[in-house]
Design a protein around this ligand. Structure first.
Ligand code: COA
Length: 173
């Protein structure tokens, strides 16, 4: 049976099997510990019965006024455990936390080439709110979609009216 539980510092010693995926960003240890310290409720891991890390989600709450929102910083599931509904379960958890915090919406950034993830987010109710040009550094740089889903607090769904024009990374707050 899969266990969903809070991520701990020790998990950073065991998540290589998940992070080796080329579409999964690997950050410095201080980045993960910063999230653990500030937003532990947004950092959850799925663990197999044998204790293997199957996947995890890491996020935060940020913004002011009607921009107060939940943000998905990382979501990844090991190739061995895909198409079991794990990502959908972890996203649902993050959305529930965001609802409790009275966020207006949940958002995330995804590479425009990551068709599997984009399709998954659309199936979970997210829309492409805007394109962020050259958001991902590389050779060449790659654009991101900023995808959003409104929370119940955004009664008129104002937060998910797509922008008609792309923006630059420095315009994203
Ligand atoms: C994207 C990712 C997180 C999906 O994880 P997952 O646990 O396999 O996803 P789920 O099983 O919860 O899938 C939920 C829905 O998304 C869609 N979906 C997921 N993977 C899909 C695929 N390979 N092809 C088509 N649809 C897919 C389906 O609609 C699926 O529902 P269904 O299985 O009932 O049809 C996983 O492929 C992954 O870790 N990819 C690498 C990292 C990454 O891209 N992260 C997102 C960065 S923003």
């Amino acid at each position: 049976m899969t266990t969903i539980r809070p991520f701990t510092c020790e998990d950073m010693l065991y998540f290589n099997n998940v992070n080796l995926d080329p579409l999964t960003e690997t950050y410095g240890l201080s980045f993960y510990t910063q999230y653990l310290a500030h937003w532990p409720e947004y950092f959850q891991v799925a663990e197999s019965p044998s204790g293997e890390i199957m996947g995890y989600i890491m996020g935060k709450a940020e913004g002011h006024g009607e921009n107060w929102h939940g943000h998905v910083t990382a979501l990844t599931v090991s190739p061995d455990y895909r198409r079991l509904g794990l990502a959908a379960t972890l996203m649902n958890l993050l959305e529930e936390v965001s609802e409790k915090k009275k966020a207006y919406f949940v958002d995330l950034f995804v590479r425009v080439s990551n068709k599997v993830a984009i399709n998954m987010y659309k199936n979970l109710g997210y829309i492409v709110y805007r394109t962020v040009l050259e958001y991902y550094s590389g050779d060449p740089d790659e654009d991101a979609y900023d995808m959003r889903k409104a929370c119940s607090r955004d009664v008129n769904k104002k937060s998910v009216i797509p922008l008609s024009h792309p923006v630059r990374p420095e315009d994203v707050d």
